[in-house]
Design a protein around this ligand. Structure first.
Ligand SMILES: *Cc1c(COP(=O)(O)O)cnc(C)c1O
Length: 371
C-alpha cells in the first residue's frame, strides 16, 4: 500500500472475469455486461477491458458513459439502457453507440443524422443505426407499453436508416422469492415477440433473473451486480466471488477520559477511560454516514465499533487497550482481514440500504487498485 494513499478500493479483475464466465455458463446465450455507474464503482474502463473477450456487448446508462468507453478504445457494441434524449442523436451515431429506444422522436432524429451527407462522409460508409426497443411490461419507468410495441416496431420499419437489432424488457421483482409478477412480465414480452418479425437479440434478465428464472434467458442476459460477485437475493445458485475490498488506514491513536465525547456533537460519551483511533475515511469518500455509532471495521483482524458521528474525512473507532495497533495500519471497511470478514451485505443492511447503493457511492477520490 502506498503511504500517500489514505483509503483505497482493491478490485480483483480475475474475480469479475470468473463471475462473467460462471454466469455465461449458467445462461448459455450472449452476455451483455452491465458496466453503468463506473461498473458499479469498480471502474468501467478496467472492467470493460477485462471482459472484452467474454462479453458480447457492454451496457451503460447514459450516452456520456458510452463515450467514455469509446474514448478509452473499447470497440465492442455498447448498449445505452435508457432511451437517450433526442438531442443526443448525433453523438450516438458519431460514437457508434446502440441506444435503447422507446419513442419516435428519437427514431426520427437518428434517422435524420444518417441522411446528413456531411456526417455520412465522416462515418466512412456506416449505413444504419442499430437500436434496441425497450418494452414496458410492468416496471413502468421507461419503454413502449407492451400493448403498443408491435405497432411501434412497424412504425420504426418506415425509417430506412434504423436497424432494430434488439428488443428487451426489464423486471421489477425478479429479486423476490415470489416470481409470479416476473412471469407475468415475461408472458407479456413473449406475446409481443410472437406478434413481430424475428429480431436477432431478445433480452430481459438482470442478475436476479439470470440466476433464478431460466425461462428469462432468451438470446442474451444483462447482469450487473452479479458480475461483481454480489448476489441480488439470498439464493446462491452459482458460485460468485466478491471483487472489491475497501480499505483505509489508522491516522491517530489516543486515550480519552471518562465523560469525554467524540466527534461532532459529542454524541458518544466515554463511560470509562477509552482507547480510540481516528481512521482516515468518511462520508466524503462515500462511506455511509448512517453507520455513525453502529458500524464496524476490521483492525488487526478484529471487529472494532465506530463511535460518534462519521465525519467527511474521518471516523473514530473504539480500541481495546491491548490492541496491537499503530498509525498507518490497515483498516478494512469491506472485505477480509485475518479470519474476520465484513461483507457488503452487512454494511448495506446496517446502513439501511442495498449493496448497489454502497458500491455506487464510493467516491472518485478513493483510489482504485487493480489486480
Ligand atoms: C441496471 C440494469 C441491469 C442490471 O441489473 P443488475 O440487478 O445489477 O443485474 C439490467 N438491465 C437494466 C435495464 C438495468 O437498468
Amino acid at each position: 500500500m502506498e503511504t500517500s494513499i489514505q483509503t483505497n478500493v482493491e478490485v480483483d479483475l480475475k474475480a469479475i472475469q470468473a463471475n462473467a464466465k460462471a454466469i455465461k455458463a449458467r445462461t448459455g446465450g450472449q452476455l451483455i455486461a452491465v458496466v453503468k455507474a463506473d461498473a458499479y464503482g469498480h471502474g468501467a474502463i478496467a472492467v470493460t477491458k477485462e471482459l472484452h473477450t467474454i462479453a458480447d456487448m457492454f451496457a451503460v446508462a447514459t450516452v456520456a458513459e458510452g463515450i467514455e468507453l469509446r474514448e478509452a478504445g473499447i470497440r465492442k457494441p455498447i448498449l445505452i439502457l435508457f432511451s437517450p434524449l433526442p438531442d443526443l442523436a448525433e453523438e450516438i451515431v458519431a460514437y457508434d453507440l446502440t441506444p435503447a429506444i422507446d419513442n419516435f422522436t428519437l427514431a426520427l432524429r437518428l434517422n435524420k443524422v444518417l441522411d446528413d451527407k456531411h456526417l455520412q462522409l465522416q462515418l466512412a460508409g456506416k449505413k444504419k443505426v442499430k437500436v434496441h426497443v425497450d418494452v414496458n411490461t410492468g416496471m413502468n419507468r421507461s419503454g413502449v407499453r407492451y400493448t403498443e410495441a408491435a405497432a411501434f416496431l412497424r412504425k420504426l420499419k418506415t425509417l430506412p436508416n434504423l436497424e432494430v437489432e434488439g428488443i428487451f424488457t426489464h423486471f421489477a421483482t425478479a429479486h423476490q422469492t415470489d416470481n409470479s409478477f416476473a412471469h407475468l412480465q415475461l408472458n407479456r414480452f413473449s406475446c409481443v415477440l410472437a406478434n413481430i418479425p424475428n429480431i436477432p437479440m431478445t433480452h430481459a434478465a438482470n442478475s436476479a433473473a439470470a440466476l433464478a428464472i431460466p425461462e428469462s434467458h432468451l438470446d442474451a442476459v444483462r447482469p450487473g451486480l452479479s458480475l461483481y460477485g454480489i448476489y441480488p437475493a439470498n439464493e446462491k445458485p452459482i458460485q460468485l466471488q466478491p471483487a472489491l475490498m475497501w480499505k483505509a488506514r489508522v491516522g491517530w491513536i489516543d486515550f480519552i477520559e471518562q465523560g469525554e465525547g467524540v466527534s461532532y456533537g459529542l454524541v458518544y460519551k466515554a463511560s470509562s477511560r477509552t482507547r480510540v483511533a481516528g481512521i482516515q475515511v468518511g462520508f466524503g469518500d462515500g462511506y455511509p454516514r448512517a453507520l455513525s455509532g453502529i458500524g464496524e471495521v476490521l483492525i488487526d483482524g478484529k471487529r472494532r465499533s465506530i463511535i460518534g458521528r462519521i465525519c467527511m474525512d474521518m471516523l473514530v473507532v473504539q480500541l481495546e487497550p491491548s490492541d496491537n495497533v499503530a498509525v498507518g495500519d490497515e483498516v478494512v471497511l469491506i472485505g477480509k482481514q485475518g479470519s474476520e470478514e465484513i461483507t457488503i451485505y452487512e454494511v448495506a443492511a446496517r446502513a439501511n440500504t442495498i449493496p448497489y447503493r454502497i458500491l455506487t457511492s464510493i467516491a472518485k477520490r478513493v483510489n482504485r487498485i487493480y489486480s
